[in-house]
Design a protein around this ligand. Structure first.
Ligand SMILES: *Cc1c(COP(=O)(O)O)cnc(C)c1O
Length: 854
């Protein structure tokens, strides 16, 4: 008989072990080895069976075993020490508390997915894991941050393979009661319900689960409750499942419901209202509209509310791939936000057209969530230096008249949470050979120079061994699942060789990541795998979006190749890539391969996790690798950037990849000294650990956000909100005035002198006559822009000089400057007028500029 429904009953803990409850529900255990050990010790076998999940462990361990350990003074003492350690971690002032000048009351961080631990499978890939790492590092650094997202009944999906290698999807349902979550309740103990309006007068309700991630609460909205009708119950069923209609409901719940959940949470806990709201990708963009509604309800006019919201909002864009950006039909947004020019039904007080305008793009029928993010946030960034550049280009049309380099989108390069992703073996070795400060405080990397190469190599060998055991276990399970009998699987024991160069490739399977580039020339790949002297072995993993048959076909190609008895001991495809598998790959692979179509990989973080474990990256110079490859921490696969024929480009880049592996990577790995240590290789490992690791840390990333984005956003919000939003009113009034005047602002005439004998450094004098169309000279900056000029008169390498006001004649303002010519060669100049206001974050912010025309 099958159960209709399942639920989880938590065990009653002996009093002496009662601290295990708190240790199991604060997810800090997921990056704290000693706490994991305590749960493992309850029953090592069971610990593996329950997927290393402390809450399940406590539910399933026999009471007799708990009683036995309650009588074990040593175990009890360690539980108490871990409990005291956790309390200390949660209360002691940390990095953020020691910063001066970063006065931030609170940050609400919104993301559609969070990958904190495999126990809470609320993520699909890089974006979610990054969000999880962001919370963990924010906890370590002591930021006053609250995470906000949705709790999906079935997470993303579990992947397995059919006999012929086709991806199969499963959606096991999670029981929130069995997860490390607690409900947000009101004073009387009843669950808080968030309400969000839906078309036809319906109401979507959601309860709010709290996952405690160290010091950081993560609020997860859940619509699967009896108060909703079946259709609305299903809103939080799956991550990235369903159609556009389903998706917009999820995003409305995450954005609008998310803000309401934050209010309920801070209110219940006596916390200050967050002053900074961070949209991790455009999906949660509706949060900005809800905040405008709040301000309007409190009496501000729309423009003032918008100015206030923008000041405190940060938007991070995560992909240059158009398919990765949410674009809804305008008609759909219209339907959900409803109403008229006077009032939206979903957000009363706002006009529908005002909301629709936030998502406008070139195609009038489309509502673009990234554009909304950019319009609602005064500060925005990409996730690596190169991606910042690509994003400035990509979104340049929102700032017409500005060069792409002036588009106000910066960058913070992603990072990874070292305590989560570095192997215990490395942490132990670092403590022993360098000192605890390296592990506890990420200090003292330079001392790695003194560590013996043999020591480093032995850890690399050990971790490759751990990976190989895991590979064999998973290959066996996969074949069993594909229908093979145990008796046919003897060969699995010789899958992979502990002494062979091991290359990993694991990621989601969108086209631009090119899962099958390695298969471009199958014979050449076979030759690499089977090389008698210097073989390589390859572990591949990745999920394709369930609706993407193209991606599934790529997976099938790899599986079919790897099924061949001639190579199956050297190449494996492991189904169900997730955090629990990924960590073995990062620990054990010697080389981490990444071959995206440049520049479509915004950052990429898997290679960072590999580097943290001494893995050497072999990658196209895209994302993070473009800025962190230094010639000694791995290899760059030459990319054929200019080649527009994609087939030819793949051919060229695949050939370059084979060549590198054959001529450079493998020979170095197999070049051994008398102790059988590959000296040059291990020097690269040491160099990577020493110089790349400290750059890829999530703590570096979150500190960058705190200093470059959260601090300035909180300061900007304070400026516009004091004195009952006097600043926001002034800024809104300024914006309206400038918007109205701008079409008539003109550079009427420009005269120069001093160019008779042009030499570099000589003074150039410019005078410009400007029609300010009624604006005051204080409202603008008039700039002379001097730079290199192309045959088509494009200016590059520009330097801008502010011109000073000389006088007014007949309502026309005269500005002048004398400046040294900064360049030699073909030089040009122009004059432009920009808005100027102390409350603007950048002169390009309003997208207004008047440039002299010839
Ligand atoms: C790190 C990680 C990713 C993201 O890797 P990319 O290099 O950004 O593709 C995806 N899934 C899992 C399980 C990860 O750990």
């Amino acid at each position: 008989m099958k159960a209709l429904r399942r639920f989880t009953v938590r065990a009653h803990l002996p009093q002496r072990l009662s601290a295990l409850a708190a240790l199991s529900t604060n997810l800090r255990w997921s990056w704290h080895g000693p706490t994991q050990d305590l749960f493992a010790e309850l029953d090592p076998e069971l610990w593996r069976e329950v997927g290393q999940d402390p809450v399940r462990m406590l539910g399933e361990v026999p009471a007799a075993r708990l009683d036995e350990l309650a009588a074990d003074d040593d175990y009890v003492a360690r539980v108490e020490a871990a409990d005291a350690g956790l309390r200390d971690y949660l209360t002691r002032p940390r990095w953020f508390q020691e910063q001066s000048g970063t006065d931030v009351a609170g940050i609400a961080y919104f993301s559609m997915e969070f990958g904190v631990t495999e126990v809470l499978p609320n993520y699909s890939g890089g974006l979610g894991i990054l969000a999880g790492d962001h919370l963990k590092a924010a906890s370590d650094l002591g930021l006053p941050l609250i995470g906000v997202g949705l709790l999906y009944r079935s997470g993303y999906f579990r992947q397995s393979l059919s006999a012929d290698g086709w991806q199969l999807e499963h959606y096991p349902a999670l029981d929130p009661q069995g997860l490390p979550l607690k409900l947000l309740t009101s004073e009387d103990g009843s669950p808080v319900l968030i309400h969000v309006g839906m078309p036809e007068g319906r109401v979507l309700r959601a309860r709010v689960w709290i996952a405690q991630v160290g010091r950081i609460p993560l609020l997860l909205l859940d619509s699967d409750i009896a108060e909703n009708d079946p259709e609305l119950r299903a809103v939080t069923d799956r991550l990235y499942g369903g159609d556009q209609d389903h998706r917009i409901k999820q995003e409305i719940l995450a954005g609008i419901g998310g803000v309401r959940a934050v209010r309920a949470y801070t209110h219940a806990n006596g916390l200050p209202d967050p002053d900074v709201f961070h949209m991790n990708e455009g999906h949660a963009g509706f949060l900005g509209v809800e905040r405008i509604r709040e301000f309007v309800a409190a009496g501000l006019d729309f423009d003032t509310a918008l100015a206030a919201v923008r000041a405190g909002t940060v938007f991070t864009t995560h992909t240059p791939v158009p398919a990765g950006i949410d674009r809804f039909p305008m008609s759909l947004v219209r339907r959900y936000f409803g109403g008229s020019e006077a009032e939206s039904t979903l957000l009363p007080g706002l006009a529908l057209d005002q909301i629709l305008a936030f998502g406008r793009e070139a195609d009038p029928g489309v509502f673009n969530m990234a554009n909304m993010g950019l319009r609602l946030a005064q500060r925005a960034n990409g996730v690596s230096k190169l991606h910042g550049e690509v994003s400035r280009d990509m979104f340049a049309s929102l700032w017409p008249g500005f060069d792409a380099s002036e588009v106000p989108i910066g960058s913070v390069t992603n990072g990874v949470h070292a305590p989560t992703w570095a192997a215990r073996e490395w942490l132990d070795k670092a403590r022993e050979l360098v000192g605890p400060e390296l592990v506890e405080e990420a200090r003292g990397w330079e001392n790695l120079s003194d560590v013996d190469l043999g020591e480093l190599w032995s850890t690399r060998q050990e971790l490759r061994g751990v990976l190989i055991d895991e590979v064999r276990r998973r290959v066996r399970a996969s074949w069993r699942q594909r229908g093979a009998a145990e008796a046919e699987l003897g060969w699995v024991d010789s899958v992979f060789d502990p002494n062979v160069l091991t290359i990993g490739f694991a990621r989601r399977v969108p086209t631009y990541k090119r899962l099958t580039l390695m298969l471009r020339d199958p014979d050449r790949l076979r030759a690499l795998l089977l090389d008698p002297e210097r073989p390589v072995q390859l572990v591949v993993a990745g999920k394709s979006h369930p609706a993407d048959d193209g991606g599934k076909a790529l997976i099938q190609q790899v599986v079919r190749f790897a099924d061949d008895p001639a190579v199956r001991h050297r190449i494996v495809f492991l189904p169900d890539y997730d955090m629990s598998m990924a960590r073995y790959l990062y620990w054990g692979c010697d080389v981490w391969l990444n071959n995206p179509l440049r520049p479509l990989e915004a950052c990429g973080t898997s290679g960072m996790k590999s580097a943290l474990n001494g893995g050497l990256n072999l990658s196209i110079r895209d994302g993070w690798w473009d800025e962190m490859f230094d010639g000694e921490n791995g290899w760059s696969i030459p990319s054929a950037d200019g080649v527009t024929d994609e087939v030819r480009r793949d051919d060229l880049e695949a050939a370059a990849l084979y060549e590198l592996v054959e001529r450079t990577v493998a020979p170095r790995f197999y070049d051994r000294d008398e102790r059988d240590v590959p000296v040059r290789w291990t020097e690269m490992v040491r160099h990577t650990l020493q110089t790349t690791s400290p750059q890829v840390l999530a703590s570096r990333m979150v500190a960058d956000y705190a200093q470059q984005y959260y601090g300035p956003a909180a300061a900007a919000f304070a400026k516009v909100s004091t004195d009952d939003f006097a600043g926001a009113r002034a800024l809104a009034e300024y914006r309206t005035r400038v918007d109205q005047a701008w079409p008539s602002v003109r550079v009427l005439q420009v005269d120069s002198s001093g160019l008779d004998i042009p030499v570099i450094g000589a003074d150039l004098s410019l005078r410009a006559r400007i029609d300010l169309a009624g604006l005051s000279p204080d409202d603008v900056t008039v700039e002379a822009v001097i730079g290199r000029v192309s045959p088509t008169d494009e200016l590059t390498e520009t330097t801008a000089f502010a011109m000073s006001l000389e006088g007014v004649t007949d309502g026309v303002h005269d500005f002048a400057i004398t400046a040294p010519v900064p360049l030699s060669g073909a030089v040009g100049y122009t004059v432009r007028v920009l808005p100027r206001n102390a409350l603007l974050a950048s002169p390009a912010e309003l997208g207004l500029v008047a440039v002299a025309t010839g």
